[in-house]
Design a protein around this ligand. Structure first.
Ligand SMILES: Cc1cc2nc3c(=O)[nH]c(=O)nc-3n(C[C@H](O)[C@H](O)[C@H](O)COP(=O)(O)OP(=O)(O)OC[C@H]3O[C@@H](n4cnc5c(N)ncnc54)[C@H](O)[C@@H]3O)c2cc1C
Length: 405
């Protein structure tokens, strides 16, 4: 009997196993999982609610959601996209709901529903799951089969191996694939918060400003969305998105870099100038602190006035050209120094992994080792938050598993 090994019992591994068994019903399909239990990350995903995909309604270009892997996914989505994933889960008994922000969750609001669905579906098909099996190496044999070596369990031979071991910031974990000739894009973290040591900024903790645009000066990296100010610096969707877009760049900067905040999300300075001039004309005798341009909270507005070197008690009519320019600059290009990334927030993914240049983009089979396939976050594919990472796991798992033996 042919035997297909799935290495890693995560989202991609289960989807690969289910597809492999459906495509090759006579083959034995086994999931080998390093840990004591499977689908642990699905369990904690979306704060335990599992944001399993997205409607993609706000995505006009896949690069917005997938800073790495957009082109490959565009091709693979023709086989299995978010609508297919939505349908698949509903057909397998998981009722779904799409939130106003386009994120898709189970109606149960409980990731266990997704875990139960995947484990029951796999078990009904006859997929075997072996836990405490950590793959250490793969070796192609002369008869075209593959030998896998497991820690503390010795070696087993398979007709096909689908590796879905997830993201990891440690490149050593992929060394056995590098030694087979695969190109490995250095793994670095993505989706993290920014540390800002400036006291006045952090004293605004708990404030959400929505929407802002963030950018890294002298680069093309920019993001938009709500900014959450925390006691350690910047968080919230705009920050996480920027960390994803610039993941490799900021790693190369050793997480020391400037971030410019456009508090108004308005790039046209002359529009801002018009607004300020309008306020001056209407409220010449009023104090700066008492008239807020745009919908900034009093706390943020007072902070920005002082950051522009002005006093909230100053009257609008007293502002000279220089002060007006400084105020506009502070509102639209307020640069802060980031010194380090948040490490305790655990919702991060890995940028990097097995290079897409090393795999066949239709089948996800290795170009260097026939019979060896890859899926999930271990590939150099990762996304911003919003259900896009799990969607990539479903899609790549499904495609890798659907190849006929
Ligand atoms: C806290 C948190 C919350 C998240 N929330 C969301 C969300 O709501 N929506 C979303 O889209 N994404 C979310 N993500 C990202 C998403 O969970 C991952 O991108 C996705 O789970 C990746 O699936 P995977 O199957 O590739 O890898 P994983 O789920 O990491 O599975 C890999 C499996 O392989 C096993 N393994 C590793 N090495 C070996 C080995 N050598 N031998 C055998 N087994 C091995 C691991 O133990 C693991 O079980 C979240 C991530 C985190 C950390």
């Amino acid at each position: 009997m042919s035997h297909i090994a799935i290495i890693g019992g995560g989202a991609a591994g289960f989807f690969a196993a289910i597809a492999a068994k459906e495509t090759n019903p006579h083959a034995k399909v086994t999931i080998f999982e390093k840990a004591g239990r499977v689908l642990a990350k699905v369990g904690v995903s979306g704060g335990g609610r599992c944001n399993l995909t997205n409607s993609f309604e706000e995505i006009t270009d896949l690069k917005q959601a997938y800073p790495r892997g957009d082109k490959l996914l565009k091709r693979l989505f023709k086989s299995f996209d978010h609508k297919d994933a939505y349908r698949w889960f509903e057909e397998h008994g998981v009722k779904l709901t799409t939130q106003a922000d386009q994120c898709v969750f189970p109606v149960s609001q409980d990731s266990q529903t997704v875990i139960d669905c995947l484990t029951h579906t796999a078990s009904k098909l006859g997929v075997e799951v072996k836990t405490h099996y950590a793959l250490e190496a793969v070796e192609p044999l002369s008869d075209g089969r593959l030998e896998a070596r497991f820690k503390a369990h010795g070696s087993e031979t398979f007709d096909r191996i689908i590796v879905t071991t997830g993201g990891s910031p440690r490149a050593e974990g992929l060394q056995y694939l590098a030694s087979l000739g695969h190109k490995i894009e250095a793994p670095v973290p993505s989706l993290f918060t920014f540390n800002v040591s400036e006291k006045a900024f952090c004293s605004l903790m708990g404030t959400v400003v929505e929407p802002v645009s963030l950018s890294i000066p002298s680069t093309k990296f920019r993001s938009q969305g709500p900014l959450l100010i925390t006691h350690w610096g910047m968080s919230g969707p705009a920050t996480l998105k920027l960390s994803s877009y610039a993941a490799r760049y900021v790693s190369e900067c050793d997480y020391e870099f400037p971030v410019s905040v456009n508090w108004l999300n308005e790039t046209n300075a002359s529009i801002v100038e018009e607004r300020i001039t309008g306020i001056i004309a209407k409220n010449p005798k009023k104090q700066l602190g008492s008239v807020r341009p745009y919908e900034l909270s009093g706390r943020i507005w007072n902070y920005l006035i002082e950051r522009a070197g002005l006093s909230p008690e100053k009257r609008w009519e007293e502002l000279g050209k220089k002060s007006i320019n400084k105020l506009i600059e502070t509102l639209t290009n307020d640069t802060h120094r980031v010194s380090g990334r948040g490490t305790f927030r655990d919702e991060f993914v890995t940028c990097g992994g097995v290079s897409l240049k090393s795999i066949n983009s239709n089948t996800l089979e290795s170009k260097l080792c026939p019979g060896l396939f890859f899926a999930g976050e271990m590939l150099d594919i990762d996304a911003i938050t919003g259900g896009f990472n799990l969607q990539a796991a479903w899609t790549t798992g499904k495609v890798a598993g659907s190849n006929r033996l």
